[in-house]
Write a protein of this length. Sequence first.
Length: 147
Amino acid sequence: MKIQITKKYDGKYYVALCDNIPGCYVQTNDVNELDDYLRLAIDLYRKSCLSRNQEMPLENDHPVLPKKVMFNHYSSSQLAQILSHAGFHVEYEDTHFILMQNNNYPFGRVVFSQADFLSHLIIERIFGKKNIIYDNEEKMRYNVSAV
């Protein structure tokens, strides 16, 4: 399976989004760590699929939870709490990542970086841009460019 990756810089974080692995997101402050973290996240996702005898997703489906959220900033623990209320449970957690699973959604799992502040690019991918209300739009104006 060829993995399609989008890399972006949001003005503060380097973010990698797997376009054809729904729910696989990585962010870091150091561009040199991005590829290594991405490999670890993909491996974690792959192992989760294998442990349940599930195929890796092949389509370009992206998790979008039909939930409106107020966004100024979210930590990974706050995102995990929101996902828990949507029926997800923590399958794996370490100092770098949280992997959450929910069999009721087509994409089934979400893996994201452990961070005090998650990039708005990850939040937008999970909830969809139309479902986010920015608490302070002035703070949310980033210089977004590709890595």
